[in-house]
Design a protein around this ligand. Structure first.
Ligand code: ZN
Length: 421
């Protein structure tokens, strides 16, 4: 494998679209054959083979519910003895979705994910602290294997105590790290408490992933930690660490020999042209144990095939704008959680814009919205200001609950919708 100091696998990452399409067709035809052996795709009309890549567009979409229904072994395409590892989605709402790996699947996953980390700026000489959750979650172990494949020194910290993480950052002279975006707020608080200046550490690059965060949050982290913060995208159903930003930070590079991406209109399911925002749909091109065809990720983004300034020709998705199911319908109005967050950032001198939560309930038939947020100073005046600003910007009246927030290692569940209870 040829590698430059800027691009991990130029033969794939800088190839022409035509060349890759030929490879995609070849790989997808193999996937089609395999899928016919799984219970998941038994009743789905699949073509015997395709000769043009666009023919994928005519195949029915796969939903998360279908994957859940095939739990535990229904999505397997080969004998169980060929499988060496299984990971699953969290399964907080129903059965989890398994991701099985053969030896070949794991080797390919390592190579593809190593590319993402390299694109993010991680190198062999890095001392890397992984703060993702180890265990069933793909984000810990599968990324860990890929970082070892890349040659970095990996500290498998996992979701340990923040104090211990800080001790290791210092003692082992950690140069790069990865974790859930909201966890970095907690580390910053701890730095303050322990009177440690993070800029005196050896940190160069941090990867914040697992949940969408805006540019204001990124700037806040970069200022606080004194290092670069890079975005990455992945999902349990397809793979973790799938796409990553390069040094130009103009979208996240996708491995086009590993997944085939499409953007659809969530309601009409029509394919949207390049550059338009919609739901990301992914087809795995190189997973043999349980491939997934046209999976509706639920993530909102757009795509471009324009060559990037870094020299890569791979398609890039924009930073995730939110999730399809995040869009709320309250008091007859469509409300995106990211809009609430933006308003809070505008008031950052009086509130802490991170870690907010929204509770929605129906009281005597009327929908009530309560925004739980931590103020810089607790007083009634702050509360009134937030109410006014939100009403002015979003056209909705919120009740405000001022509360000190407690960040956890887990993904922040911002919306607590009690309306159906
Ligand atoms: Zn680039």
């Amino acid at each position: 494998m040829k590698m430059t100091n800027r691009i991990y696998e130029p033969s794939i990452e800088c190839a022409s679209r035509k060349e890759i399409e030929r490879l995609q067709i070849k790989k997808f035809n193999r996937i089609l054959k395999l899928c016919k052996k799984s219970r998941l795709y038994k009743n789905i009309p699949l073509p015997p083979k395709i000769s043009r890549i666009k023919e994928i567009n005519q195949i029915p979409l796969t939903t998360k519910d279908q994957l859940r229904e095939s739990y535990p072994y229904g999505s397997l395409t080969l004998r169980l003895s060929k499988v060496i590892e299984v990971h699953t989605s969290s399964g907080t709402t129903g059965n989890p979705v398994p991701m099985f790996l053969t030896k070949r699947d794991l080797e390919i996953s390592n190579q593809v994910l190593a590319r993402t980390w390299f694109c993010n700026g991680i190198r062999e000489e890095d001392i890397f602290m992984m703060m993702g959750e180890y265990g069933l979650f793909t984000g810990g172990l599968l990324n860990h294997y890929a970082l070892i494949h890349l040659g970095a020194l990996v500290i498998p910290m996992g979701v340990s105590s923040t104090e211990k993480q800080i001790k290791f950052l210092k003692d082992f002279k950690v140069t790069s790290m990865a974790g859930i975006a909201s966890h970095y707020f907690r580390i910053l608080e701890k730095f303050k408490e322990l009177k440690i200046n993070p800029k005196e550490l050896n940190l160069k690059i941090a990867i914040a992933a697992g949940e969408p965060y805006n540019e204001e949050t990124r700037a806040h982290f970069e200022e606080g930690f004194g290092c670069k913060f890079m975005d990455q995208y992945g999902l349990a159903e397809i793979n973790t660490g799938l796409a990553g930003e390069c040094e130009y930070r103009c979208g996240l590079h996708l491995p086009w020999d590993y997944v085939y991406p499409e953007i659809i209109d969530t309601h009409t399911k029509e394919i949207l042209p390049e550059g338009e925002t919609g739901e990301l749909v992914l087809t795995t091109l190189d997973r043999e144990a349980n491939p997934v065809i046209r999976y509706r990720t639920g993530d909102i983004t757009s795509i471009t095939h324009e060559k990037c300034k870094c020299g890569r020709t791979t398609p890039r998705i924009s930073r995730i704008k939110g999730r399809v199911d995040d869009v709320l319908f309250v008091k007859g109005i469509k409300l995106c959680p990211s809009a609430i967050e933006s308003v809070l950032w505008e008031m950052k001198n009086i509130v802490k814009p991170e870690g907010w939560k929204l509770r929605i309930e129906r009281i005597k038939g009327i929908e009530e919205l309560t925004l739980i947020v931590e103020p810089r100073h607790f007083n009634k005046e702050v509360e009134d200001k937030i109410v006014c600003k939100l009403k002015e910007e979003l056209g909705i009246r919120f009740n405000i609950c001022l509360e000190k927030n407690n960040f956890s290692h887990n993904k922040l569940k911002r919306i607590i919708d009690l309306r159906s209870i």
